[in-house]
Design a protein around this ligand. Structure first.
Ligand SMILES: [Fe+2]
Length: 231
């Protein structure tokens, strides 16, 4: 997959593929940019150069190597800071707009997602990977379920940008859980003609096709997560 561009008012989001199946994201406005996660540095340097962007900051969702291994090179070369602000919901201004970091433990004991309310965009890291959710690697199932409820409470037209392209495996799993679900089938088929359109869905679309947003109790969530771990 190549870098994909999305327009949100006068802001642009670039979804930059890195490593084997990760995404990092550049939020761009008036020649400035903020980077969400940094699994690899070189594709970020290239995207900044091609689009004539000045990087202001790196926001980190969590500290797995495939989300931070490029940080040091980017910080050293460009003189920017990487940050992972306040553990509980914390608002700050960046690129002339508000960003809200939301604490979403579960995938790890510490994980944050970044919500830009004026843009209607959520960078969800490995909490809500498009079509699925991350593994339990440090947090508890209760924490993870609560974190997903926080995301579910956002507006349905919020565009979700997760940490990986796992869409095919995620939809195959989803269809195993709900055979014959037409929305899941359509999302899987869309991937074959337009991967980016299938991956980067709104929260409303995720609620129709992501099994982890379709359970209502922590018990159901725990069972589903176990089922996917052995899928
Ligand atoms: Fe991760």
């Amino acid at each position: 997959m190549k870098t994909t561009r999305f327009q949100f008012n006068e802001y642009e989001v670039l979804a930059v593929p890195v490593l084997r199946d990760n995404f990092v994201y550049l939020v761009c406005h008036a020649g400035d940019a903020v980077l969400i996660d940094a699994g690899e540095a070189q594709p970020v340097f290239e995207a900044l150069e091609e689009n004539d962007l000045r990087l202001q900051r790196i926001l980190v969702t969590h500290t797995h190597h495939d989300h931070i291994d490029g940080c040091r090179d980017i910080m050293d070369r460009l003189g920017v800071q990487a940050m992972s602000p306040g553990v509980e919901g914390h608002e700050f201004s960046i690129l002339g707009t508000v960003c809200r970091s939301i604490s979403t433990p579960g995938h790890m004991a510490v994980h944050k997602v970044y919500h830009f309310p004026a843009l209607g965009v959520l960078f969800a890291g490995d909490t809500l990977i498009n079509g699925a959710c991350g593994h339990l690697r440090g947090g508890t199932a209760e924490q993870f379920f609560t974190s997903l409820l926080k995301i579910r409470a956002l507006p349905d037209d919020t565009c979700i940008f997760g940490g990986h392209d796992y869409l095919v495996a995620s939809m195959e799993f989803a269809l195993g859980v709900e055979p014959g679900n037409a929305d899941m089938q359509a999302r899987l088929e869309l991937y074959r003609s337009d991967p980016a359109a299938a991956i980067f869905a709104t929260l409303g679309e995720e609620k129709k096709t992501n099994p982890f947003l379709r359970v209502d109790t922590v018990e159901e969530f725990t069972a589903l997560r176990k089922q996917k771990d052995s899928f």
